[in-house]
Ligand binder design. Structure first.
Ligand code: NAD
Length: 362
């Protein structure tokens, strides 16, 4: 297969970790007879510096016609001025909107070798294998808002949802659950919020199409507690944008380090292979505190590239090969600094990428 992958390396450690993901994708392509072409485009802080906008039109055009998009991370202290006309994160929100990426998928699977790196007790973590789906284009992040201004004392955000927005993300989650353990948990705050009552009503309706699914509706405050107390009881979890933002970060702590977790954002645009055009990125940010030292963990970016192969190119065998290679390197006791513990060997970003490539070759 030939595929064109747009790479938005971004800022901070973004270029460091995406370079390793590209290296691994090239190696997997060679092993299985595919050609992946990488089309580097600008987004975020570097795009503001070089072109005066966090999301250049050329980037949107390249992404829309690509087979998939691989993102590092954007942002950093250099662009942190809240009064600036443009900010790196605006580029990210805008590309999600431009590509209509309405569902963010975050698998949280604990690599048994990393149990010591998690802050949670081992017996609670045993068997954790979650897929958290966050709605990405609606809710309080996009609803009507009012800023307080310099001397104002009133501000608001509006958690606005429509039936079709809820239907499409719940349906995507239900399909994912059907391919896993047929368990789906929908999270809302239907006892208080009108938008959550709509969420609950539409969810119940859509899920009538999936009688085989075991469905649970959980209030978001209770879910925050259950995720830490009994995470292994859940499989696919779906929620609206703001709740999902918070719950996915909480769930990431189960896996020990942000440097381990990939994500996929999917929408309804199809690529040349008639599969969803997706944007794949590690869940971590640009980590300006460690950028430039080649110590960042590239595994989240590498595992994001495995998700890219699976969801946007339909290459399941190749995706599984990357995941197995990552497991094999962890089994050998090799770690980047963020997941290191006594008895392991610490390596930098590039060596970790090289070791995954070597493991692929075995
Ligand atoms: P962060 O995820 O960048 O870093 C949090 C902590 O985790 C830091 O100590 C960092 O060193 C560590 N860390 C993160 N990724 C790591 C990796 N791969 N290997 C080893 N350690 C890693 O979050 P932050 O510090 O809150 O944000 C920094 C910048 O990133 C901000 O400008 C923020 O807006 C941006 N950000 C961007 C995205 C994105 O592009 N999707 C997501 C989150 C944050």
């Amino acid at each position: 297969m030939d595929a064109r992958i747009v790479v938005l390396a971004g800022d901070g450690i973004g270029p460091e970790v995406t370079a390793e993901a590209e290296k691994v994708l090239t190696a997997v392509g060679q092993k299985f007879g595919h050609t992946f072409t990488f089309d580097q485009q600008l987004m975020g802080g570097r795009a503001i510096d070089e072109l005066g906008t966090s999301l250049p039109d050329a980037t949107v055009e390249a992404a829309k016609t690509a087979d998939a998009v691989l993102l590092g991370a954007v942002g950093g202290p250099k662009w942190d001025n809240p009064n600036a006309a443009d900010r790196p994160e605006r580029g990210l929100l805008a590309i999600r909107k431009a590509l209509n990426l309405f569902a963010n998928l975050r698998p949280v699977k604990l690599h048994p070798q990393l149990i010591a790196a998690s802050a949670i007790k081992e017996e609670v973590l045993a068997g954790v294998d979650l897929l958290v789906v966050r709605e990405l284009t609606g809710g309080a992040y996009f609803g009507p808002r009012k800023e307080a201004g310099a001397d104002g004392d009133e501000a608001y955000d509006t958690m606005l949802y429509t039936t079709p927005e809820i239907e499409r993300v719940v349906r995507l989650s239900a399909e994912a659950a059907m391919g896993r353990s047929k368990k789906l948990t929908s999270v809302d705050k239907a006892n208080v919020l009108a938008s959550s009552r709509l969420w609950r009503r539409v969810t119940v309706e859509v899920l009538k199409e999936y009688p085989e699914l075991e469905v649970e509706h959980v209030l978001v405050d209770a879910m925050a507690m259950h995720l830490i107390r009994r995470p292994a009881d859940f499989d696919v979890v779906v929620s609206e944008n703001l709740f999902g933002d918070i719950l996915t970060d909480e769930a990431s702590m189960l896996a020990g380090s942000m440097g381990m977790l990939p994500s996929a954002s999917l929408g309804d645009l199809m690529n040349n292979h008639n599969l969803p055009l997706g944007l794949y990125e590690p869940i971590h940010g640009s980590a300006p505190d460690i950028a430039g030292h080649s110590i960042a963990n590239p595994l989240a970016a590498i595992l994001s590239s495995a998700m890219l192969l699976r969801h946007s190119l339909g290459l399941e065998k190749e995706a599984a090969a990357i995941e197995a290679a990552v497991d094999s390197v962890l089994n050998e006791g090799v770690r980047t600094m963020d997941i290191a513990h006594t008895g392991t060997e610490t390596v930098g970003t590039v060596v970790m990428g090289d070791l995954v490539v070597q493991a692929l070759g075995r």
